[in-house]
Design a protein around this ligand. Structure first.
Ligand SMILES: [Ca+2]
Ligand SMILES: [Ca+2]
Length: 98
């Protein structure tokens, strides 16, 4: 019984160590994705007016019109940084990275 307990304790220690190693990396990736999206947005915003137009979205490739429609949540023809970030996060979820 005592040996079994020790094994369980040792196992949970290993698990804890593994978790503490992994979780900071996961948290960092989240922040990175946000910062990356912001950077990407700034890069794409050619005239630096703080929004992306369909024209500025052309660099997304062939289906940029579809992507722009998906990203422009309120359909005003401009994509704000918030809209872009939300759209970018969705791309990651579905496994379709640009
Ligand atoms: Ca712009
Ligand atoms: Ca919009």
């Amino acid at each position: 019984m005592k040996t079994a307990m020790k094994t369980v304790t040792a196992l949970s220690l290993v698990l804890l160590c593994a978790l503490s190693l992994v979780s900071p990396v996961l948290a960092q990736q989240d922040g990175d994705a946000d910062a990356k999206a912001a950077k990407h947005f700034t890069f794409m915003d050619k005239n630096k007016d703080g929004v992306l137009t369909e024209d500025e979205f052309k660099m997304m490739g062939q289906d940029y019109k579809m992507k722009f429609m998906q990203g422009d949540a309120d359909k005003d023809g401009k994509m704000t940084q918030d809209e872009f970030k939300a759209w970018d996060a969705k791309q990651g979820e579905s496994g379709m990275k640009m």
